[in-house]
Design a protein around this ligand. Sequence first.
Ligand SMILES: [Zn+2]
Length: 528
Amino acid sequence: MIRAGLIRRSSSGMYSLLPLALRSLDKIERIIDFEMTSIGAQKLSLSILLSASTWKQTGRWKSAGSELFRLKDRKGSEYCLAPTHEEEITQLVGHEIASYRQLPLRLYQIGKKYRDEMRPRYGLLRGREFIMKDFYTFDTSEEAALRTYEEVLIAYKNIFNKIGVPFVIADADSGNIGGTKSHEFHFLSQVGEDMILTCSNCGYSANEERAYGSLPLTKQAGNGVNKKPIFNFGISKNNRLIICILGSGYVLNVFKLKAAASENSFEDIQIVNDIKDIQINNNFNEIDIYIDITFQTNLPDLELFLSNKLFDENIYKLIQSNKHIITMHHGDFHNTSPGDGCPICSMSSVSHNNPLIGHNAIEVGHTFLLGTKYSEPLKATFAPETPQNMGELRPIQMGCYGIGISRMLAAIIESSYDEHGIIWPSSVAPYRVCIIPNSDEPLIQQATRNLFDLLTSISHELNGEVLIDDRTNLSLGYRIKDSELVGYPWMMILGKRFLESGRVEIHERRTRKILDVNFDEIKNIFLT
Ligand SMILES: [Zn+2]
């Protein structure tokens, strides 16, 4: 992006967007605006500098940790630079909404956000300043919020289809296959930091962090019984010792363990690899042992399990001390990896164990059904149509839906380029056509103006989309290379050939095909 003149670095993780990048960014925004408007969303603009007070109410002032840019004003009041706006919009809507008659409500904004990344990298892909579209929905019931969610998913698919880069929608809701209320939208790319697992048979796709899978026979528990298992330890907030045991070579999936643990009413767990790294408080009296399917599943009985001397001596002593209530849980707590079987296909008898394929991907969009996570602590309530008691107020059911716009710009490039430069989809190319006149010769200059007029008269879609590279002080070869680097979908050269034969040399960027077209026939390229 730097070489193509799209951005310049300002400081670590901060970039200036130059005119060409801004044109593409504006086009992405227009596509989003259109689809948001079509589902009844209204655009607003929230402050970027946010007071700490609402963040403290939701607990995120603390949990956001050092990724939050915090600052104080001259009076010592605390603020943050917004990384997201759930608190702000919930407070705003809470103040405005009193009755079910004012709902549903759909509001979105497009603006800058900030996150103090530990390691800003890959330019706009992981910057400390970024441009987001964030969209919030407010409904009276869970059912209505779910219908809204489905509607937004369709609008999101329209947005991604219009942009024209192949995308994958991944299941982002661990522990809840089928009834998911969270999805991620990804572009596939080698530099992507996410790994998406997909099934070519049924279309299942999920982020590796959240994916489930069936184990191929070669990996099933029992193989490698004598190898040392992998232990992970934790203490839950309500002070239970958690031990998770996985088969040799497997990695704990913290999301899955937390999802399973929350069913047993744990609030949060800190996970470590060595039991010495956790402060074991003497007053805990319960131990939960989570046994992954990659470890032995044929020892469900505690006695038998304990008689198996695979435990570290310290743990063994702890468990043997008989002071604690021990509960065993069996399940899938490991990271699913490429080659594991598709969880959907393995349930049907027709085609079992279709292997999952791994792809590197860049997450560019995310949808969540929030429920009352923010409306409850921030008291964003409404009077329902049929109250169950006098003066009943219910928290608003919310959803939030993001698209990382500056990241998407970088992700489009990362998933669509060749050794010559960027290959823009024409929907978001900075300009669709670049005309390169070979020289200052009057005949060429006149032809350039004629070609420009012709193109912009063909269709309103080309209006404002034709660029003339009139840097005739630079060689034709240099400008052709530059045009390919920036990636305009069409390049038209007016040179010797035009003077001799009246034909224009037209390069299509995507295919690198060169056409030799009569001036009068150029319109056919854009009308078909
Ligand atoms: Zn499948």
